[in-house]
Design a protein around this ligand. Sequence first.
Ligand code: C2E
Ligand code: MG
Ligand code: MG
Length: 572
Amino acid sequence: MSDSQLKFHSVNETRRILIVEDEPVNQEILRFMLEDSYELLVADTGTAALETISANSGTLSLILLDLNLPDMHGLDVLRQVKADPETARIPVIVLTSEKDAEVESLTLGAIDFIPKPYPQPKVVLARVLRTIELSEGQDIIRSTERDHLTGLYNREYFYRYAAQMDARHRDLPTDAIVLDINHFHMINERYGKASGNDILRRVGERIMNLVHDDGGIVCRQEPDTFLVYCPHREDYAALLDRASISLSTKDGSETRIRMRMGVYADVDKTLDIERRFDRAKMAADTVKGSFTRSIGIYDDTLRKSEIFSEQLIEDFPKALDEKQFLVFFQPKFDIRPDKPVLTSSEALVRWKHPKLGMVSPGTFIPLFEKNGLIQALDEYVWREAAACVRTWKEQLGISIPVSVNVSRVDMYDPLFVEKMDGIVKDNDLEYKELLLEITESAYTEDSSQIVEKVKQLRALGFRIEMDDFGSGYSSLNMISSLPIDALKLDMQFIRNAFKEQKDTRLLGVMFQLADALKVPTIAEGVETAEQLSTLNAMGCDIVQGYYFSRPLPADEFEKFIIEKTTESDDQN
Ligand code: C2E
Ligand code: MG
Ligand code: MG
């Protein structure tokens, strides 16, 4: 629905009515009855009426239509008004003395009729007023239930209509489907927001056309995800294929918008409608980032992992209370001196689960990031890590800064900067002793807001390391404007560079980039002496990985610090 259709058809609050009437006397009577309350436009032929309607389609509140016009029949005017989507919503009251024409006008879409000779002015006024109110009421409903950009249902109404579908077709097998546009933020960045919006509109329309005839409904869930609820089907691949539109680029070539799809087929209708779409979304996530697969189906494996996730979520509050979460520390070494020097560590959380044993963060972090529990967990880890740094400072007289992982979700917490500041102060630390690791993908998602937060943190004195660098999709342009103090290369670069066929070219590009940005580089996941010496020769600054040490519990890391620092003392 375009914005113009959402305005309530008025100019300066006074509603506009078009009178289509060729008899001057009748024009005068209507004018007399209505002009105190409405702004009136008058047309005395069918052709003039159609021109006026099309020129004022956004602002007309009502058309009063005489059926006897000199150039065409009033019913033909009515037909044309109702056939044009731009004007179809304007209510029409037919003015007629022919009894037979009344039924026909109503079936053609007239909302009411006023007989000739005209009834008393207050009857006419009351009918006009009621018609306008009714139609504006409908417009309000239409605008609240629709997404403004695509005209599809918004999520709330979509769920309501899905429930109605269920009620009407209790036993009909039905599918919940999620369609996502891959890397939509890149499309926006590359082609501009207007093109991005156009793509969303076109994709929405495609999907609608594809499922509507079978009784399916569609909504857009902000910003680039579409939900479909439709009678069970099997042609998912064809559906996805036909929904993916092509774009013509500036140089005249065509590119196709890539989308991914998640299907929860033949849904269990006893589940909440939201849960059904969670399952479809979960299925879609299984193909995220895959070049070969674009359709994920909710199956037994996903069901099991769903149950496992639910268990972890349920266990979380107690686990936090009982300190089942342990903070491990993995050292980082500065490899620029001849003998590597311990410079800092990274705090990595583990869950010592009473039944499941040690659970790795790879299992629960993504889950907690989805439902927001991560905020509580992260704050716990930051506090534990900061307290350890303080203890080591006090007991060993050595400051080994710790870097903590910051989730994207944390960055949206309005109290985030304050919290960090509080943790530093509570533990008598200096800002540079609590380093913050923020993943590249967090930066790309909503860069302006995140960049703002990071600036505030740096102004206080915090240092920021960009984690998993190279795995996100930031453009060179963007990176050069980001406020960061170190680049932490994604582990995959090391893995790829040292496969059977050693190929360090891409790794080299990363170091050149860091050089250009004048920030030090950290390589993580370094396991062998060969990797270490190659990285050293390429100009890498800091290294973290099993080669030096696995992540260690706090007490073992304390011993590690003593060992490493006395070693270097011995040398001096
Ligand atoms: P990350 O921040 O990139 O952490 C590095 C991961 O690489 C850690 O996995 C670490 O144990 C592992 N690693 C270190 N050296 C080596 C090596 O030489 N070889 C191999 N194969 N792996 C190595 P971990 O501890 O399983 O953590 C996984 C991810 O979970 C972390 O990736 C981080 O994104 C997240 N994470 C861990 N702790 C926290 C936390 O407290 N808060 C948040 N928000 N995320 C956390
Ligand atoms: Mg990290
Ligand atoms: Mg990392």
